[in-house]
Design a protein around this ligand. Structure first.
Ligand code: GAF
Length: 371
């Protein structure tokens, strides 16, 4: 096993927090995520046969051993499916050993799966000299998750993991994957973004995510548009009777969230953090009431943060658990954490975990193949 210790290539990729623009990537909207400091690392080594071996530093006694010929979309498994899916979606035809390590909190809605896919994708791109662009790698990582793993995610998480830059949030146009960096420096204004992992269940694979996507697609089709990107709020409201109550609510979230995201970029450029906080909170209300993907733990984290001075707070990610964010004055962070922990305790929720993160760099190659 000593050959695991001398990789040809090392690549790493971050998890993400989405500042605003939730559940609109698959409606071709605008999203504003940033990469977090927590990263997944993939060490890759070429083999001279067709075998694939995968292991994780967190579970050194378990080695997944398979081969290129055995790659099969839809097969059963655990975390290794994300790695196998990327090997499959990139069309790799030679054997490889991959060792994974990292500190992206698992199950916290901070996109540890995209971090894993993107670290492997960037590493394979280097190892096999594929010459794929970051945008192509994002699309192939999404394909791995959609088809190989069977999770119908959008393109936000993979894009930010591959294309983010330190110090900025990434405005991503999910229609053409064009990006604009938006400087995001809370510290200079005495603020911090608190990430609250509620430790409630994240139900992305359980069908609710797919139902939301379907509602947006059927609303678009009834409105004769290619996606909800193509309609403004007043027109949607005027066309309300064409949609079911559920479709209208889902579309109302998507269309209003797209407008909020662009407004958030404008206020961020003016460093108007009070206005940013309001938009963040409006996003939560819309996700809670129109999109109906929040849960008591997320609502509790948001409500307690707002009641104790946060400028804004909302759930992030797929919903039904995972994390919330709160825009908090630095000198109030400990107090807000304490109040949330106390409230979780009195509601008999699991003990929350807290993180903070500066906007960090996207995926990187830290050891290159010497040619
Ligand atoms: C999950 C998905 F993977 C993303 O594509 C996105 O839809 C997000 O939920 C909600 O904004 O993270």
């Amino acid at each position: 096993m000593s050959d695991w210790l001398s990789p040809d290539v090392i690549a790493s990729a971050p998890g993400r927090v989405n500042l605003i623009g939730e559940h609109i990537d698959y409606s071709q909207g605008f999203v504003l995520p940033f990469a977090i400091t927590y990263r997944t690392t993939a060490q890759l080594r070429r083999r001279d046969d067709q075998r694939i071996r995968i292991r994780s530093k967190q579970r050194m006694d378990e080695v997944v051993s398979t081969s290129i010929a055995e790659l099969n979309p839809g097969s059963q498994g655990g975390w290794e499916l994300y790695v196998l899916g990327v090997i499959w979606s990139l069309g790799i035809s030679e054997g490889v050993d991959i060792e994974i390590d990292g500190d992206v909190p698992l199950g916290a809605g901070l996109s540890s799966s995209a971090a894993l896919e993107c670290a492997v994708a960037l590493g394979l791109n280097e190892l096999f000299s594929l010459g794929l662009s970051r945008k192509e790698l994002a699309l192939l990582s999404q394909k791995a998750e959609n088809i190989y793993v069977g999770v119908p995610c959008g393109i936000m998480d993979q894009s930010v993991s591959l294309m983010a830059e330190s110090g900025s949030a990434l405005l991503l146009d999910c229609r053409d994957l064009s990006t604009t960096l938006v400087p995001f420096d809370l510290g200079a204004s005495g603020l911090e973004l608190l990430i609250i992992d509620t430790r409630a269940h994240h139900a992305l694979v359980d069908g609710e995510y797919a139902k939301r996507r379907q509602a947006c697609e059927s609303a678009s089709s009834k409105l004769s548009i290619s996606s909800l990107r193509d309609i403004e709020l007043p027109t949607l409201i005027a066309a309300r009777e064409k949609l079911s109550e559920e479709e209208f609510k889902r579309a109302h979230h998507a269309v209003s969230e797209m407008a909020r995201t662009l407004e958030a970029v404008a206020v961020l450029r003016q460093k108007d953090f009070a206005a940013l906080g309001e938009l963040i909170t409006q996003s939560h209300v819309s996700l809670r009431d129109d999109y109906e993907i929040s849960c008591p733990e997320l609502n509790c984290a948001v409500d307690v943060a707002l009641a104790h001075g946060a400028l804004g707070a909302r759930m992030i990610g797929g919903g039904f658990g995972g994390s919330a964010i709160a825009l908090v004055h630095q000198n109030q962070i400990e107090m807000v954490k304490g109040e949330i922990a106390e409230s979780f305790k009195s509601n008999s929720f699991a003990e929350p975990r807290f993180f903070t993160s500066l906007p960090s760099a996207g995926a990187e190659i830290t050891k290159k193949l010497v040619r």
